[in-house]
Design a binder for this molecule. Structure first.
Ligand SMILES: [Mg+2]
Ligand SMILES: [Zn+2]
Length: 196
């Protein structure tokens, strides 16, 4: 069993540009490649977990989302970041434009389905893993999966919560809050050292 860090995409790994549909909209903030190097060097698998309701809205296909992710991986690699160990996204939305994607699925954060699928496929120990996100729904999903959570104050952290199919559990708070992914990586690596 491996430990992992689950990473939200928009507002954490890349700039949140709202309704990202094309590879040329992907911008990796300068601190991200180094943060990923530090997390991987600490022995964590790097797993992207992202809600992509743009698919449910009919703005892009799942294949086009995958093309965006291949471009992101190429950008990260050329910036010296380690490869991602897994990429998981939810294409659904409870009020989707496209009927095929209109469901209250288990994989749209704040539900933990993406984390659970990754844990099975990549043999991850969720209880010793971490989750980093810029929205409280990322934190709730990570906590429900059993991970420790870090809220970063980039991206959409000041926006109102996303539409969820149930009321948000307001008792769940992040284990740590910090400026960005670089600071989150520093905290996570420090916590892992403390546990040794
Ligand atoms: Mg986000
Ligand atoms: Zn879903």
């Amino acid at each position: 069993m491996s430990r992992a860090v689950f990473l939200d995409r928009d507002g954490v790994l890349i700039e949140d540009v709202h309704l990202l549909t094309r590879p040329d909209q992907v911008v990796v903030p300068p601190g991200v490649p180094g943060a990923l190097r530090a997390l991987a060097a600490a022995g964590l698998k790097l797993v992207l977990v992202s809600n992509q309701p743009v698919v449910a809205r009919g703005l892009v296909s799942e294949q086009e989302v995958c093309a965006v992710h291949r471009h992101l991986e190429a950008l990260l690699q050329s910036a010296g970041a380690p490869a991602l160990d897994g990429i998981y996204f939810c294409p659904h939305h409870p009020n989707a434009t496209l009927p095929a994607y209109r469901l209250a699925c288990d994989c749209r954060k704040p539900r933990p389905g993406l984390f659970l699928r990754a844990a099975t496929e990549l043999q991850l120990d969720l209880g010793t893993s971490f989750a980093v996100g810029d929205r409280i729904t990322d934190i709730i999903a990570g906590a429900r999966a059993g991970c420790r959570t870090v809220l970063v104050q980039t991206g959409m952290h000041q926006e109102k919560p996303i539409e969820a199919s149930e009321p948000l559990d307001t008792t769940i708070q992040p284990d740590h809050t910090c400026a960005d992914l670089a600071a989150a990586a520093e905290w996570i690596v420090g916590e892992m050292k403390n546990q040794q």
